[in-house]
Design a protein around this ligand. Structure first.
Ligand SMILES: Nc1ncnc2c1ncn2[C@@H]1O[C@H](COP(=O)(O)OP(=O)(O)OP(=O)(O)O)[C@@H](O)[C@H]1O
Ligand SMILES: [Mg+2]
Length: 255
């Protein structure tokens, strides 16, 4: 099938084109003679402001999809459009610019910079998102206060990652992803290390980001209750999308 090189941009006011379009994405890892097909024919799209959860067993390709959608690794087949631009046709510099300006990442293993305090980790992410921006947006201290408050890390901002618990590091990583209000938030197991109270706070925050701030949120989770906060739930197995269902848009607790 011929693939168009561009889609109309969703940043045009009133344009409701999807902000992410994935068409037949494939990713095969190669090490020596060994080939691991981690993604196969993954096709879906996400609209501005949509909250999508991605669930599936360990090894089903969720993190690989996260890396491909974020432009951190190349798909080996298929096409990916972000805001109408085909990722593989952008130069490395253009792709990096797009990633910095448009995408906030919450990594499964947090990836905080170990020599910097929590505050400086958040600040540097904001600075990186602003490279090349005209005019530069100053760090929104009110937003940082708000995020730190909701995430319960206000008293921890002077600490380095190795002085923080896993759950605290995770919450710093979430503040870092949201501080520059990116159009797309990619979150890999953002509640994996959190207790119910903090997990609910994070899910509500991501819900707010999508509903009120029109950010597109893609959240990988193992937790079926957490997935229900999304508008849509994508089920993956063996690198493929097996099913897409509607989420309830709110947190469900069975108790
Ligand atoms: N760098 C790599 N080289 C080779 N194979 C890899 C690499 N990264 C992942 N894989 C393989 O690709 C498949 C998908 O891995 P991926 O990390 O995307 O799974 P996942 O769904 O995120 O799992 P989990 O829930 O455990 O985080 C697995 O079989 C994994 O072993
Ligand atoms: Mg993973």
């Amino acid at each position: 099938m011929a693939t168009p090189s561009t889609f109309p941009s969703s940043s045009v006011p009133g344009n409701t084109q999807p902000i992410i379009v994935a068409q037949n994405l494939g990713k095969t890892y190669r090490s020596g003679k060994l080939e691991v097909p981690a993604l196969r024919n993954v096709t879906f799209s996400a609209d501005p402001g949509e909250f999508v959860a991605i669930v599936g067993p360990s090894g089903s390709g969720k993190s690989t999809l996260f890396y491909v959608l974020g432009g951190l690794t190349h798909a080996t087949s298929g096409s990916l459009f972000i805001e109408g631009a085909e990722f593989s046709r952008l130069s490395d510099i253009e792709r990096t610019k797009m990633r910095r300006a448009k995408i906030g990442f919450v990594f499964q293993r947090f990836n905080l910079l170990p020599t910097l305090s929590a505050y400086n980790n958040i600040e540097i992410a904001h600075d990186i998102a602003n490279i090349g921006a005209e005019p530069k947006q100053p760090l929104d201290r009110a937003l940082l206060d708000h995020l730190a408050d909701l995430l319960g890390i206000k008293g921890r901002l002077d600490h380095r990652p190795n002085e923080l618990s896993g759950g605290e590091q995770q919450r710093v990583a979430i503040a870092r992803a949201l501080i520059s209000r990116p159009a797309i938030v990619l979150a890999d197991e953002p509640t994996g290390n959190l207790d119910t109270k903090n997990s609910d706070a994070v899910l509500e925050m991501l819900r707010h980001s999508s509903r009120e701030l029109n950010q597109t949120v893609l959240m990988i989770t193992h937790n079926p209750e957490a997935a229900q906060i999304a508008d849509r739930i994508i089920h993956m197995r063996d690198g493929q999308i097996r099913n897409i269902e509607k989420g309830r848009g709110q947190i469900l607790h069975e108790d």
